[in-house]
Ligand binder design. Structure first.
Ligand code: UDP
Length: 249
């Protein structure tokens, strides 16, 4: 474990020009058991706007754990590939909800889907996505990678690599990576920073192994922070508050 403080990891002047925010679909359900909680979706949209207003280019990769996960469908006897396509459609629903909330705040937004759905959003075309971001639009990546057997974490690492993002901001329920689950083990300690390798070898479940490997190969830091607290995304962007940074060091 390294002991560098959060401040050392991220100076007060934000070094990041472009970031990708990854959120599990479960973030968007708030305290509900399933689906979308509009207050939470609106709050997340305000958080994204706050960062976009700081002049940071933001793209978003959301999951669909609040609606459907392919592995759960497969566990109940469904064909895994079919179930994964259902999961990817769940991501589209979340992306559209987030777009709607962002647009209500007058944030220009584009949903770009890996599975073309021209009636409701743009198809994902890397160069177009780049252009949108350069123009200050928030780009929401929908339908995952478009391939079954992948996850929205892997989508985040893939799109962040394609978009030349300076960091992946992984918004979770906790404020970083701990030695054990802090909700179950009160003696669990939070890492200020940790290496990709340690995350993989210690099986710390920050993101799935494919996502970590991809981020590592492309040297994109992953910042784990608590996305459930209003204003935290912007705070972390300024190097304030608590979070864990995963890098090669
Ligand atoms: N999914 C997929 N390919 C992808 C991304 C996602 O098949 O590239 C499917 C998969 O079934 C997954 C679901 O979409 O379970 C939702 O994504 P994920 O489980 O990563 O959502 P999260 O846990 O982040 O809410």
């Amino acid at each position: 474990m390294t002991t560098a403080t959060a401040e050392k990891q991220m100076p007060k002047t934000m070094p990041y020009k472009r970031v990708l925010l990854k959120m599990s679909g479960e973030v968007l359900m708030g305290e509900k058991e399933f689906g979308l909680d509009s207050n939470t979706v609106n709050r997340v949209a305000r958080d994204i706007k706050q960062v976009a207003d700081m002049g940071i280019e933001v793209c978003v990769s959301v999951g669909a754990g609040n609606i459907f996960r392919g592995v759960s469908g497969a566990a109940e006897g469904m064909d895994r590939t079919q179930a994964d396509y259902m999961g990817m459609l769940g991501i589209v629903i979340n992306a559209l909800a987030l777009q709607s909330a962002l647009e209500a705040l007058k944030v220009e937004t584009r949903v770009m889907s890996a599975i073309p759905m021209s009636a409701i959003c743009e198809p994902y075309i890397r160069r177009k996505a780049m252009r949108h971001m350069e123009k200050g639009r928030v780009v929401i990546f929908a339908a995952g990678t478009g391939n079954p057997y992948f996850t929205s974490d892997t989508t985040a690492a893939l799109r962040a690599s394609e978009m030349n993002c300076n960091a992946i901001l992984k918004g979770t329920k906790v404020d970083g990576v701990y030695t054990a689950d802090p909700k179950k083990d009160p003696s669990a300690k939070r890492f200020d920073s940790i290496s990709y390798m340690d995350v993989l070898t210690k099986d710390l479940r920050v993101m799935d192994a494919t996502a970590i490997s991809l981020a590592r190969e492309n040297n994109i830091p992953i910042v784990i922070f608590n996305v459930r607290e209003e204003g935290n995304f912007a705070r972390v962007m300024k190097g304030e508050g608590t979070f864990t940074t995963v890098t090669s060091k």
